[in-house]
Design a protein. Structure first.
Length: 256
């Protein structure tokens, strides 16, 4: 009987062992598969949505180009018409200004200092868009010796936003790397891409306040070649400060 025991043990050891996968591993595997499937479905849906959104953005950009060209043609037509009648064509007053702080750190009176803070011009060579009305014109007059401002054209507005534009999100300066940044902050106002943002700023649209607040104050470089005159005198007196109307576009190009 004792000799038969080792054979019995050998038979038991040679029997195939059935491996059972733990239930926790099965659950984890099932969860991972579900997560992967959901992620793949979301990716497909995201690509589909992005394709539809690109078409909308392209159509909007086309409509904006048509609008800008139509406005430009109207200006030319009215100018020629007035000239033919021996008269003068006076264009509509500008609704948009671009303001650049050119001087003033020490020994500023409290009121101009506060106005510069309200305009978000806390650093030299910083710039911002301003909607022109009676109140803002008075503010610009108060801080005239410290700023250079004028009426930006479409080219300057677009290049400022494309080249120097940063978003203000949760009090942080975020680069505008794609349209998702704009849509996340301004989608509720119908602004979903950078061309919408340019159009809203340039035309001073109904949501100009939100669009302008979304943009961080522009940080510009010193002008190429430097300033030609002294900063304090007014531009029309050979200086650099004050309102220079459409001549601001040349200064913007130098400071980009």
């Amino acid at each position: 009987m004792q000799a038969a025991q080792p054979n019995a043990y050998a038979a038991l050891s040679k029997a195939p062992v059935k491996r059972v996968t733990p239930e926790s591993v099965l659950k984890k595997r099932k969860t991972a598969e579900k997560v992967a499937a959901d992620r793949a479905a979301k990716e497909v849906q995201r690509k589909k949505d992005n394709k539809a959104k690109r078409q909308v953005i392209f159509k909007r950009a086309e409509s904006y180009v048509k609008e800008y060209r139509a406005k430009e043609r109207d200006e030319i037509r009215l100018t020629r018409q007035a000239k033919a009648q021996g008269s003068f064509y006076v264009p509509a007053e500008a609704k948009l200004a671009f303001v650049i702080r050119i001087k003033g750190i020490n020994k500023i009176a409290p009121k101009p200092r506060k106005i510069l803070q309200l305009l978000r011009l806390t650093q030299i060579n910083s710039g911002t868009f301003v909607r022109l009305n009676k109140a803002t014109l008075q503010m610009l007059q108060w801080v005239g010796p410290y700023i250079a401002w004028g009426y930006p054209n479409l080219k300057s507005t677009r290049e400022l936003i494309y080249k120097r534009g940063f978003a203000k999100i949760n009090k942080q300066r975020i680069p505008i790397t794609d349209n998702q940044v704009i849509e996340g902050a301004l989608g509720q106002f119908g602004i979903i891409c950078i061309e919408d943002l340019v159009h809203e700023i340039y035309t001073v649209g109904p949501h100009f306040k939100q669009a302008n607040a979304f943009l961080w104050a522009f940080k510009l470089s010193n002008p190429t070649g430097g300033f030609k005159g002294k900063k304090v005198p007014h531009f029309i007196e050979g200086g650099e400060s004050g309102n220079r109307e459409d001549k601001i576009n040349a200064l913007i190009q130098k400071m980009l």
